[in-house]
Design a protein around this ligand. Structure first.
Ligand SMILES: Cc1cc2nc3c(=O)[nH]c(=O)nc-3n(C[C@H](O)[C@H](O)[C@H](O)COP(=O)(O)O)c2cc1C
Length: 219
């Protein structure tokens, strides 16, 4: 696939087929993601690949926590709100998605179900966890971002879908019971990986982008 096509094709996939992803393909994606640039070539990312039953068990354990209303204490602080103009863009995604999914404002049951689906990685057969050492500079987040985007593009190149999911990192105590996270490493984010379910309504959604005039200054 051409780069520009992969950039265009990559999108957050929110509905996956239960079809397993061959290890060979995951390895290819990881090798390509590992080519991402990083400060001084430090390559400070570390990943855990989770598949099989454990994915389902973790998803259900997250849902259980969410249903119980357990306080979320992610290991890297997550945004609680946004100033404008970011807040409006953030809200737009929710509005558009709910509209495609036919979820009305006054339908709390469906809203909750969608939120729980986040915790299940939208049915993806693979979760990829990104870990970072404690105490690294914020530039390590930049490195991780470059890694993640390269990973998502490489997945798209193989016909695979991804969804970067903060939801998968909201209950680190659950993750640590299921995965051997080394001491001194912190959980940054999870990525759902799998074959997109073309019939899933959420996958019809295409997020919008601001025109260049709103964020570029030519001097
Ligand atoms: C750090 C990060 C965390 C995200 N967490 C979630 C999430 O928990 N649930 C979700 O549905 N999408 C999540 N997303 C996906 C974004 O909503 C998505 O990237 C954005 O709306 C742009 O859409 P696109 O990826 O389809 O281009 C996350 C993306 C990033 C980069």
């Amino acid at each position: 696939m051409e780069l520009k096509q992969a950039v265009k094709e990559r999108r957050s996939v929110r509905g996956f087929l239960p079809k397993p992803v061959p290890k060979k393909n995951i390895t290819t994606i990881l090798k390509q993601a590992g080519r991402a640039p990083s400060w001084g070539n430090t390559q400070s990312w570390e990943v855990l690949i989770v598949s099989g039953d454990r994915v389902k068990k973790m998803g259900e354990a997250f849902c259980q926590k969410a249903r119980e209303g357990t306080v979320q204490i992610p290991e890297f602080e997550m945004p609680k709100s946004f100033p404008e103009p970011y807040l409006s863009r953030y809200r737009q995604v929710g509005k558009d998605l709910f509209s495609i999914l036919g979820i009305q404002r006054d339908d709390p049951a469906k809203r909750v179900e969608h939120s729980l689906n986040n915790f299940r990685g939208f049915g993806a057969p693979v979760f990829i966890y990104l870990l970072l050492d404690e105490g690294l500079s914020p530039y390590a987040f930049l490195d991780a971002g470059l890694f993640i985007q390269t990973l998502c593009l490489s997945a798209a190149d193989l016909g695979l879908g991804t969804c970067i999911l903060a939801a998968l990192a909201r209950y680190p105590e659950v993750i640590r019971t299921y995965l051997p996270i080394p001491k001194g490493k912190k959980i940054l984010v999870g990525i759902a990986l799998g074959y997109p379910d073309q019939k899933a309504p959420a996958n019809r959604y295409r997020s919008q982008r601001e025109p260049l005039t709103n964020w570029v200054t030519w001097i």
